[in-house]
Design a binder for this molecule. Structure first.
Ligand code: HEM
Length: 159
């Protein structure tokens, strides 16, 4: 008979595999993730608002791109490969505000649309990005202004 911890573990594995299979069925495989990460950060680096913020902080671009691929595989395939601390790192960027997140999302959505393989993939990945951006912005505001300034629970981005 299978022990309880084993059953729990195999349930978690099934859920992880199901999520990955569902993503892959709409074209979100590891190559798709790698491609949008590469193309997105090429745009970001050339952007006059965001480029300098990254330029001052990223010394090793190949390492950053690998980290971002692990992040997106964890988000989209539940791969569990990412162990960073995005909230802490974004809170530490002085002057980061709504207009930066708006630009980030606009570039991200342009990248997804330009490399579109499946409209459902664009919509799925774009929605995940927007949700994470909203939570990072909420965290940044909370850290800076406390609860009153954080607009918790409000829809922030409409892209
Ligand atoms: C407002 C625009 C943004 C700017 C200027 C920005 C900038 C940066 C910078 C400079 C880093 C490197 C930090 C370091 O290693 O010390 C970083 C890391 C990261 N960013 Fe952003 N970011 C933005 C928005 C976002 C959004 C919307 C997401 C997710 C949807 C995101 C996800 C990440 C992740 C996962 C990391 C790696 C964190 C880690 O390794 O612990 N960023 N970002």
């Amino acid at each position: 008979m299978t022990s309880r911890p084993n059953r729990v573990r195999s349930f978690a594995l099934d859920a992880r595999q199901a999520k990955r299979a569902e993503a892959i069925s709409i074209g979100i495989d590891a190559n798709y993730i790698s491609s949008f990460v590469e193309r997105f950060y090429a745009r970001v680096r050339g952007d006059e608002l965001l480029g300098p913020i990254f330029g001052e902080r990223i010394a090793d671009w190949p390492a950053h791109l690998e980290q971002m691929k692990r992040f997106w595989r964890s988000v989209l395939h539940n791969s569990g490969e990412f162990n960073g601390s995005p909230m802490r790192k974004h809170v530490a960027i002085d002057g980061l505000e709504e207009r930066h997140f708006r630009r980030w999302l606009a570039l991200f959505h342009d990248t997804l649309r330009d490399g579109e393989v499946h409209a459902e993939a664009t919509s799925h990945v774009g929605t995940r990005a927007r949700t994470i951006a909203e939570s990072l912005l909420t965290g940044v505001k909370l850290h800076r202004h406390g609860l009153a300034g954080s607009r918790i629970g409000k829809e922030v981005f409409d892209v």
